[in-house]
Design a protein around this ligand. Structure first.
Ligand code: HPA
Ligand code: ZN
Length: 336
């Protein structure tokens, strides 16, 4: 059995952030767009720190100009994830990039993404659900438009609402209107917190936005009372160890608090965030966790059970995924 054969659930993936560099270069060439200062000499994405990462991310995303581009991106990303053993992914989708926050424009992009996802499900056995995501550094006013886009398109495919972007700008509570709007539309909620901002940002996410999951949240490990609160509330952390290391939060996996959080009873899951930016994949994350903490097949099975319970999907999908996980690692040539 290889790492790719373990069936995996991923809850935290930015769709544009999963774009292979070759894909972005090809699209830029087709459209005669020159991308400067996005790639290094080897052709990898290149950035110095988190704000710079966000700039490079937005520069790379600027070549995705039409719904068809997002359909192609969805196909490429899901093919790649399925080959890595991922059976279910939740992707952050940004109406800010898809239609500029306009509802009619967003509907066109969403239609294209959803069609591509359905084709990938048939071809590769991977399921996608979308979390509409506002971008924190675009401010609370823009976030309201994004929440409206989310509320208007909530359903079987768009199942969640979240917030990414620069966590050091403003406060979680500035976005409460948007999260309330999404909640009232029946969407499940998550926000990036406790990555570049400390434990206080996780408290604010719980108090002011009332989310059931937190993107990253790893800085909660600095605060025992907060870990206890997360454990008691059953809040699920979408932990992305490779991302945290690539962005300089921790020097290496051994210094990463995922095992500490888990030992404190906090529900942790594992995701990749923006895999080609951080030069990672789900299989590489699992392999690293085995090396750093000795986690074995049973630990990964427990991790995936937590993820499937916390997935923003309907009961029928959850049952189907649980069945696949129970069947154990996939056999050669089997769909994920
Ligand atoms: N963190 C926060 N915002 C983001 C990210 C990320 O990793 N990727 C795209 N937007
Ligand atoms: Zn993220």
């Amino acid at each position: 059995m290889t790492w790719q054969d373990i069936r995996k659930i991923e809850l935290h993936l930015h769709l544009e952030g999963a774009a292979p560099p070759d894909f972005i270069r090809r699209l830029a060439k087709e459209k005669s767009i020159s991308l400067t200062r996005v790639f290094d000499a080897q052709g990898h994405y290149r950035f110095d720190d988190f704000p710079h990462f966000l700039q490079v991310y937005e520069a790379a995303t600027s070549v995705l100009k039409r719904p068809e581009d997002y359909a192609r991106l969805t196909t490429a990303v899901l093919e790649q994830s399925a080959a890595d053993g991922v059976i279910y992914t939740e992707a952050f989708l940004s109406p800010d990039f898809c239609g500029g926050g306009d509802l009619a424009g967003w509907r066109e992009y969403l239609h294209a993404i959803q069609e591509a996802a359905e084709a990938a499900e048939t071809a590769h056995g991977i399921t996608l659900r979308g979390i509409v995501t506002c971008i924190r550094h675009f401010g609370p006013y823009t976030a309201r438009q994004i929440a409206r886009c989310a509320a208007e398109t909530a359903g079987a495919f768009i199942t969640g609402f979240g917030m990414g972007g620069n966590e050091t700008m403003g406060r979680q509570g500035d976005f409460a209107w948007s999260f309330d709007c999404a909640r009232e539309a029946g969407l499940r909620l998550t926000t990036h917190a406790g990555e570049f901002a400390g434990p206080e940002s996780v408290r604010q996410a719980l108090d002011d936005l009332r989310v059931s999951r937190i993107g990253h949240g790893v800085r909660a490990a600095e605060d025992p009372a907060l870990m206890e609160r997360l454990a008691e509330a059953g809040t699920v952390l979408e932990v992305c160890p490779g991302s945290n290391i690539a962005l300089g939060l921790y020097p290496d996996l051994r210094a990463h608090p995922i095992a500490k959080l888990r030992a404190a009873g906090v529900k942790v899951t594992v995701s990749t965030d923006d895999p080609p930016f951080f030069r990672t994949s789900m299989s590489q994350e699992y392999q690293g966790l085995e090396r750093a903490f000795g986690w074995d097949e049973d630990d990964f099975a427990a991790l995936n059970r937590t993820a499937v319970e916390a997935a923003f999907c309907d009961a029928t999908t959850r049952k189907r995924l649980e069945g696949k996980l129970k069947a154990g690692p996939r056999k050669r040539r089997e769909l994920p």
